[in-house]
Design a protein. Structure first.
Length: 242
């Protein structure tokens, strides 16, 4: 199985541009697929990325062989439960104050400079641990996994304010209803995974998505949290046929 990860605008080295709807990212996906000569492919989205994966599937079901979304919010997302911390609710409900808070958080991430212990001791690191379920905490006690997690966050903010604006814009999009119709999604093409103990994105979101797309396959993993995807790489390979 070959995985191609695409940075959304503003993350990593991807040029920031204002996106008002989830499906605005579809053009980027199609452009990269055309460049690589790939006509059909599977789609995988974790957490907020699952909303973009679902928007792509809804618009281009003929190009997607299989789609898996894990820990994904149902839209409009209930911001009062976001990430199990007041900080995230601030980001979603009051954009200006959210920008200030998110900018401070990005500085903490970058200031850690690959020192995982320093990062976990920072305010943002403590928030991250507080928002975890018991099953997720095993990942945060694994130095190798934590290094990947930290590097991923630092990469997202490498453009400074552009990365912050990208996070805020996406969270604002999550507060709106789905901007696409799910009527064209074929039976059995979408798989929805969610941990029953997910504190970042409550399991009720999975039920709402499944009810919106009755042709999908829903699987709830008892006792698992937001990191349910990382517990099931073998199963993911089976779904994607590798």
């Amino acid at each position: 199985m070959q995985i191609i990860g695409i940075d959304r605008p503003g993350y990593g080295l991807s040029t920031y541009n204002e996106r008002k709807e989830l499906q605005d990212f579809n053009a980027d996906v199609n452009s990269i697929a055309q460049h690589l000569g790939i006509r059909r492919f599977s789609v995988l989205g974790w957490s907020g990325g699952g909303a973009f994966a679902l928007a792509y599937l809804a618009c281009f079901p003929e190009r997607v062989t299989k789609a898996v979304i894990a820990g994904t919010p149902a839209l409009p997302f209930d911001g009062s439960t976001a990430h199990n911390i007041p900080f995230a609710r601030l980001v979603m409900k009051i954009p200006f104050l959210g920008f200030v808070a998110m900018k401070r958080m990005s500085r903490e991430v970058l200031r850690a400079d690959n020192d995982i212990v320093a990062f976990l001791r920072s305010k943002q690191g403590r928030r991250l641990l507080h928002a975890c379920s018991k099953s997720d905490l095993k990942y945060f006690s694994d130095p190798a996994w934590m290094m990947l997690m930290y590097q991923s966050m630092a990469e997202a903010f490498r453009q400074g304010d552009e990365g912050v604006k990208a996070v805020l814009a996406e969270h604002q999009a999550f507060m709106k209803a789905w901007p696409v119709s799910f009527s064209k999604i074929p039976t059995g093409k979408l798989v929805i995974w969610h941990g029953s103990e997910d504190k970042t994105c409550r399991v009720a979101n999975a039920d709402l998505i499944a009810r919106s797309i009755p042709r999908s396959q829903l699987e709830i993993f008892e006792g698992k949290g937001h990191c349910v995807l990382f517990d099931n790489f073998g199963k993911l390979g089976e779904i994607f046929g590798s």
